[in-house]
Design a protein around this ligand. Sequence first.
Ligand code: ATP
Length: 237
Amino acid sequence: MADVLAFESVNVFYGPLQALKNVSLTVAEGETVALIGANGAGKSTLLMSIFGQPRIASGEIRYRGEPISHKSTHFIAANGIAQAPEGRRIFADMTVEENMQMGTIAIGNRHQKEDLERMYALFPRLLERRKQRAMTLSGGEQQMLAIARALMSRPSLLLLDEPSLGLAPIVVKQIFTILRELTAQGMTLFLVEQNARHALKLADRGYVMVNGEIRLSGSGAELLNNEEVRSAYLGGG
Ligand code: ATP
């Protein structure tokens, strides 16, 4: 399968601090790939660099073979990459449905009705809450809304930054069940997670980032069984 996303020897600096060191990775069409690592490893930086902030110092980021490191954020969003951000930056004063409608702006609202129905089928909870203001949703519901909003742009690559952050274990399970459904539908997913167990169980392949470098890579199952991963990210369990 062709690569949807590829990092080729990417270096990123914040002043004197090198946040990404010679990072190479790929995400193929239809694949689910997880990037795991501790706080401060550089995971968010890597995701943000796809949208050009921060700019990369050297190397290249390709989307479907095309270099994108000098494209605008708008170009990238309009061409099929969507992100459900960490911290669930939803529009607090808008209703659930209005938030989802905002997600179609990048593609010009063409399939809004059909897509809303698709999202409500995937997230029945959001259907129940559709007229409710987003700020009144629970953390898990806000995360669902952030994912649904990203999906409303019909992305061909969905990026997720810590979808389990701050959620109760049962809610994390619900979110991952939905992600599993998405991958079964053929969505290409690139997921950044501290919750290594859930992420690696879901993923076809994974990468482990340490101090801005890719330390390990392999299938989800290989990494789940790797000694270093087990002791550092799976609580030895
Ligand atoms: P977390 O899981 O805690 O979000 P992370 O793996 O996503 O961590 P990053 O947020 O990418 O890590 O940070 C990587 C390193 O770059 C950290 O040392 C961080 O302090 C530093 N860093 C991140 N953003 C900036 C910035 N805007 N200016 C300076 N340094 C930054």
